[in-house]
Design a protein around this ligand. Sequence first.
Ligand code: 0L1
Ligand code: MG
Length: 266
Amino acid sequence: MSETTQSTWTAESVAAELIRCEDERVDRESFSDDWPDLDVATAYQIQDLTLAKRLARGGQIVGVKLGLTSKAKQQTMSVDSPIVAWLTDGMVLPTEGPAKVSDFIHPRVEPELVVTLKADLRGPGVTPAQALDAVGSVLAGVEVIDSRYRNFRFTHQDVVADNASSGAYVTGTVAKTVPEVDLALEAVLVEVDGAVVDTATGAAIMGHPAEALAAAANMLGARGITMEAGWVVLLGAMTDAVPVQAGTTLAFHYTNLGSIYLSWED
Ligand code: 0L1
Ligand code: MG
């Protein structure tokens, strides 16, 4: 398919193109070359338009995710600040059976720390301590990221527009409270086909995951959005993401939050 030329891109047409790529499982070049003046505020407008399209199809907001919260990830992707993006119910990965590579464009999988909120959080001005007070439960999580951009090559604005490469996620079955788990010290061990490939603690997420939760509240608050009680929040990747293919088996072992296993087929 021929791609729209520079002069015709609008927030609406970029949002429609990103959803088309997701629906058809095809990647494309990022938009920043064609739209060099695309700014972060417009990129968040595009992200919100992609959310509106998911909601128009019957999707429901279940929470938000943080992206690019670790220095390692920021360096890998050549961007320098975290981003926030939407989670909808259609992104919940079925727990029964293997995940399908064909449901995605080029999936990569990363371990996350996840919280649910027991109280609303509205920025700006939310501190990490206030953010922690709003946490109901703490869970292990695994996120499948699936950038709509070829080779995961994008600028900060591109990836904001693309809902932070959202794909799917699954949470573990062990729920703890904040006093029971030290979020910064909680560790994960990543196994690919039985071999340990990476390990990290929650401190990889902005020094402390509470910083990420506060950052989400404040970034959303700046846009007039309140984080709601009941929301799920993916706080960010603890390690680099692992590319997967049919036949890959992943295991993520957490210190106190149990293990998550994810195998992949065509
Ligand atoms: O969840 C994430 O940290 C992903 C953010 C977007 C960058 C990427 O695609 O790795
Ligand atoms: Mg992530």
